[in-house]
Design a protein around this ligand. Structure first.
Ligand SMILES: [Zn+2]
Length: 139
C-alpha cells in the first residue's frame, strides 16, 4: 500500500511554510538533502551556487487549489574537470525537470484523461493555468 503524505515526497522535500495565496493555498517546500548529485558526473556536491523559487501546481484539497513554492538550489560541481560546472538539483519524485505541476497531480490528470479518452498532455500543459479538480476515488 502506498502511503500518503502532505508533501509530494517526504524523502525529497519538507514543508517549510503554509500560507494563503490568491485563490488557494501555498505550500512552501524545501529539499531535504544537504547535497545533490551532478547530472553529468554523478559526484555529490554541497557547495551551493544560488537559490531560486519554482511555482508548481499540486493536487487540490477539498476543491481548494494548491500551489507549491519550491525553493531549489544550484550547486557547483565538485569534480574539477566536469563540463557541468553548475547544476540545478533534481527532485524526480516531486516534479519533473521543467514541470509546472507535481508528479502526483500529473498522474491524476493522466488517469482522468485516460478514463475520458482525452489526450492529457496537450490539453493540460498548453494552458499554463492551475487546475482544480474535485475527484472521488472509489476503492
Ligand atoms: Zn559534474
Amino acid at each position: 500500500m502506498r502511503s500518503q503524505t502532505l508533501v509530494p515526497d517526504a524523502g525529497e522535500v519538507t514543508l517549510y511554510e503554509m500560507k494563503e495565496g490568491g485563490s488557494g493555498l501555498v505550500m512552501v517546500l524545501r529539499p531535504v538533502s544537504e547535497e545533490s548529485r551532478c547530472p553529468a558526473c554523478n559526484q555529490a556536491s554541497g557547495r551551493v551556487h544560488s537559490r531560486y523559487k519554482r511555482q508548481i501546481a499540486d493536487l487540490p484539497w477539498e476543491g481548494i487549489p494548491v500551489r507549491i513554492e519550491l525553493r531549489v538550489r544550484r550547486f557547483f560541481c565538485a569534480t574539477n574537470d566536469c563540463a557541468q560546472r553548475i547544476f540545478t538539483e533534481r527532485l524526480p519524485n516531486t516534479v519533473e525537470r521543467h514541470g509546472r505541476r507535481t508528479c502526483r497531480l500529473s498522474r491524476v490528470l493522466d488517469r482522468i484523461a485516460s478514463e475520458m479518452k482525452l489526450p492529457s498532455k496537450p490539453l493540460f500543459s498548453t494552458t499554463g493555468a492551475m487546475v482544480s479538480l474535485k475527484v472521488t476515488f472509489i476503492v
